[in-house]
Write a protein that binds this ligand. Structure first.
Ligand SMILES: Cc1ncc(COP(=O)(O)O)c(C=O)c1O
Length: 425
């Protein structure tokens, strides 16, 4: 029954029952963890053939010995392979080391301190630099801004992506806004896929914004569908070409959740001019990326069609974990008005909203019975959720049994917190 329809007596008897359930869970000494957006062991094992795949053949297609220095742009065949993931021409992509987050950090820091078009263009020449942060969003994006002293402005996330009316009004009004974070397919944590109209408006955004404004297009989950009929993302590339905004968009991706999370390959796409500028900057930091690992990935993943085959194996492993959480939420909380949640068709997370003011309490209650959840507020800039309601659930890493046990315990915590709030106790 909906919480609004429960009488004081109903609430009191529910409280009794829930406290009993909570006590029993506590006695189980659980040790469960839904915090980590990491692939499980079986998932990384899908790429174990990377080990030894070169069999002593270290020559790239053009004869380059990948064991040696050089090749700042990445191997040509790696550029071609990963360009297909982001739907870009290979010459608009640079393939780097193992982390796209590193590439994102490098771009933001470079634009801030050195300037995308020379020192006069550095954002840091102005006293205030701001970024738009659609929220709930990815905490590590926000951490980059906080670390670099960039002020964050929260923008609501809708089912269609960032609230573009709000985004456009803000950038037109405030010259100190220099960028926006986007996770366009299976967003972290809501799982939404940006609508075609949102993709088009974001491609156009640099035209309305301050000079040297950038769209940080973090397509971390570009090929990470859980279902064959999962929504596709419109290609931003065609819109960029039409509007001539290539210099204002940086696209990112990696194989962290395709092959090995700690030893994959990351890539960055942007206009040839931006790539030239970045290449010159990177040359001070490295003589070249790990081309041996790039070649391993090319030999293992082969082509875009084969990446999709490989990703279907990941989906088969993690879909039951997502479904265990979603079925439990529906069974235990459906129709109660005690929370709402997303049912993503891909990606790594489920986003749950408690009644206002209860996220911190639910996380605390769960912790009390051995279930670790991402800290409340983590999905918002500065770790502050204005309504204290969002909780990010990450079901991929634990075993299916543990995911089920954690979901059951989570539902009890949500109900207990909600009933207590209603009773004012
Ligand atoms: C949206 C998003 N971007 C980037 C990353 C990290 O990517 P990488 O491993 O390539 O640094 C994650 C990891 O959870 C993520 O959720």
């Amino acid at each position: 029954m909906h919480i609004d329809q429960l009488s004081a007596a109903d609430l009191a008897s529910q409280l009794d029952a829930l406290q009993g359930q909570y006590g029993k869970l506590k006695a189980l000494n659980l040790s469960l963890d839904l915090t980590r957006g990491k692939p499980g062991t079986e998932q990384v094992a899908l790429a174990d053939a990377l080990d030894g795949i070169l069999q002593g053949d270290f020559r790239a297609a053009d004869g380059t010995d990948v064991r040696n220095y050089g090749g700042l742009d990445g191997l040509p065949e790696a550029r071609a392979l990963f360009a297909a993931v982001l739907d870009l021409p290979a010459n608009e992509l640079l393939v780097g080391g193992n982390s796209s987050l590193t590439l994102m950090y490098q771009v933001v820091e470079f634009a801030l301190s050195e300037g995308l078009r020379g020192p006069p263009s550095a954002w840091g020449n102005s006293d205030t630099v701001k970024f738009l942060c659609p929220s709930p969003g990815y905490d590590r994006h926000f951490a980059i801004c906080e670390h670099l002293g960039i002020e964050m402005i929260t923008v609501p996330m809708l089912d269609s992506g960032p609230d573009m009316d709000a985004v456009e009004a803000l950038v037109e009004d405030d010259e100190s806004i220099r960028g926006i974070w986007c996770v366009p397919r299976f967003a972290n944590p809501t799982g939404c896929v940006y609508s075609d109209a949102t993709v088009e408006r974001l491609a156009r955004l640099p035209l309305a914004a301050a000079q040297h404004f950038i769209v940080m297009w973090d397509n971390a989950y570009a090929v990470h569908a859980l279902y064959e009929d999962a929504p596709q993302l419109a290609s931003i590339a065609a819109h960029i070409r039409r509007h001539g905004t290539g210099d204002g968009v940086f696209q990112f991706g990696s194989t962290s959740k395709i092959t090995f999370a700690g030893a994959g390959v990351a890539f960055l796409g942007s206009s040839p001019e931006n790539l030239e500028t970045l290449r010159a900057h990177l040359a001070f930091q490295t003589i070249g990326p790990d081309k041996v690992n790039q070649l391993r990935h090319v030999r293992f993943l082969q082509d875009r069609a084969n990446i999709d085959v490989h990703m279907a194996r990941h989906a088969a492993l993690i879909r039951p974990r997502f479904e265990a959480v979603l079925d439990t939420l529906e069974r235990e909380l459906g129709g109660t008005g005690m929370g709402s949640w997303t049912a993503p068709r891909g990606g790594y997370f489920i986003s749950f909203d408690t009644l206002p003011g209860l996220a911190g309490e639910v996380v605390r209650l769960a912790q009390g019975i051995g279930v670790r959840l991402t800290p409340a507020g983590a999905t918002f800039p500065y770790g502050r959720d204005p309504v204290d309601s969002n909780i990010r659930l990450a079901p991929t890493f634990p075993s299916l049994r543990d995911v089920q046990a954690a979901a059951d315990a989570f539902a009890v915590c949500v109900k207990l917190a909600s009933v207590r709030q209603r009773l004012g106790s």
